[in-house]
Design a protein around this ligand. Structure first.
Ligand code: ADP
Length: 442
């Protein structure tokens, strides 16, 4: 059974229950007038009135008479049978019936049975007749009305309750179809770009749709990361694998000297080492980009940290390049030390790699308001203007034949990811032949 149907049925049941309770309540309050033996009620009410009837100062005192009680209507006539006072039952005139003392009679008016009871009250000077009339059926006028109302109104109210409940839940659950359609298109057709993007609907549904959309975005990102990793890795590993296989074939040839053999082993080892570094680097970037690894940020002295990184850094091939640190003291920042160290080292490494012999490399850190600027400047080969945008791409190298250790074309892509992870920006200013400056703003 759908939630819509269940909710609507529940509403309807509650309304029905409430109506029945009200009906029972009304019946209980008016119980005496509606139920109970009509003859008994008739005699009782008339007898009470007989006892209460008084003749005071030459006049009848009506005040104590109960002319309508418990469904019994009473009429008072004088001694000669003329109407003095009294109630009518639903406008029916009972005066036409002859007065008969102490007799409970059954009469029929317009197909309905009534009981009639007359008593003559003898008083000092004169006397009066008190006539009581009651409907014989237990269904009195009041209950008639209640039942008629119940029979007409209750079905209407129930239909309204069911219809209203159905409409409300239908409206509330309509966005669910959009959510389901998006989920189906993702799981069925693999369309990871599908979004629910719910603009209208209840706030709960909009929250749900937002959560789903966020989840879909994360899924899309991680699928995309996996796809990119697989394609990058298979593309980049193709060359070293070809080299390794070729070296293996070479080494297996019988006419090779031990030196040739050792040479092949060295080449294989170098290529395997390069492959291992490439896979590590690629994994690092992918994880950082898609948040698979959780890196914690902590507040620390970035000035001290930069100086420590520069001090510990040992370039593979310094070529007489002089490293200078222009670091403003006491700059605090929130950063991840492992990632920040990687960033600084990548930039310094590039500075040495692409710097000119006996050149200069400057690491600077300064604070401007709430912005921190970290830069690495060299006076090396510089970058061609048309390549300035390409250097951040994975595996892009101006000179792809460069396959010395640590040159995989991943360094700057990693730098960019680390900067973005820290909520900063990175840019490069470079002139061919004059040098480059990498500026990071945090
Ligand atoms: P890798 O240095 O491993 O080749 P990077 O991602 O660090 O990869 O750099 C990508 C390319 O950008 C380099 O191959 C080089 O052509 C260029 N590049 C990076 N840093 C500098 C620099 N300081 N001076 C000149 N060119 C640079």
């Amino acid at each position: 059974m759908s939630i819509k149907l269940r909710t609507s049925l529940w509403f309807t049941l509650m309304v029905l229950l409430l109506s029945v309770m009200i009906l029972v309540f009304v019946l209980l309050i008016n119980g005496a007038s509606i139920t109970g033996d009509p003859t008994e009620r008739l005699v009782k009410v008339v007898t009470h009135n007989v006892e209460d009837a008084e003749f005071d100062n030459g006049k009848f005192d009506w005040d104590d008479l109960k002319l309508y009680k418990n469904g019994v209507s009473c009429v008072v006539y004088n001694k000669s049978g003329e109407y003095l006072k009294g109630a009518h039952i639903q406008g029916i005139e009972f005066s036409d019936y002859p007065l008969k003392d102490g007799l409970v009679r059954k009469i029929e008016i317009s197909g309905k049975n009534y009981l009639m009871y007359d008593v003559y009250v003898n008083m000092e000077i004169s006397g009066i007749w008190i006539r009581g009339v009651v409907a014989e059926s237990w269904v009195s006028g009041l209950i008639d009305t209640i039942l008629i109302l119940t029979c007409i109104l209750l079905p209407c109210i129930l239909v309204l309750a069911f219809g209203g409940g159905w409409l409300i839940s239908w409206g509330a659950f309509r966005p669910m179809n959009k959510i389901l359609a998006a989920a189906d298109s993702i799981s069925g057709g693999g369309d990871l770009s599908a979004r629910i993007n719910l603009k209208r609907g209840s706030s709960e549904m909009r929250r749900l749709s937002r959560s789903f959309d966020n989840m879909f975005s994360r899924l899309e990102k991680s699928f995309e990361a996996e796809r990119q990793f697989t394609s990058d890795a298979s593309h980049e590993l193709r060359t070293p694998i070809t080299v390794i296989l070729a070296q293996c074939d070479r080494a297996k040839r019988k006419d090779k000297s031990p030196e040739d053999f050792i040479n092949s082993i060295n080449i294989i080892q170098e290529q395997a080492q390069g492959m291992s570094e490439l896979v590590q680097g690629l994994l690092g970037i992918t994880r950082l980009q898609h948040g698979t690894d959780r890196y914690k940020l902590k507040k620390a002295d970035l000035s001290q940290f930069c100086l420590a990184c520069a001090g510990e850094f040992v370039p593979e091939d310094p070529r007489g390049i002089k490293l200078t640190c222009n670091v403003e003291n006491g700059i605090e920042a929130k950063f991840n030390p492992a990632l920040m160290q990687r960033l600084i080292i990548n930039l310094l490494q590039n500075g040495y790699k692409y710097g000119k012999e006996n050149g200069n490399l400057i690491l600077s850190l300064e604070k401007d308001g709430d912005k921190i600027q970290l830069s690495v400047k060299d006076d090396g080969i510089g970058i061609m203007p048309e390549d300035l945008n390409k250097i951040w791409q994975r595996f892009w190298q101006e000179d792809p034949s460069r396959n010395d250790r640590g040159s995989s074309g991943l360094g700057l892509a990693m730098v960019k990811e680390i900067v973005e992870f820290h909520g900063g920006t990175v840019r490069v200013e470079s002139r061919r032949g004059e040098g480059s400056e990498f500026i990071i703003t945090l």
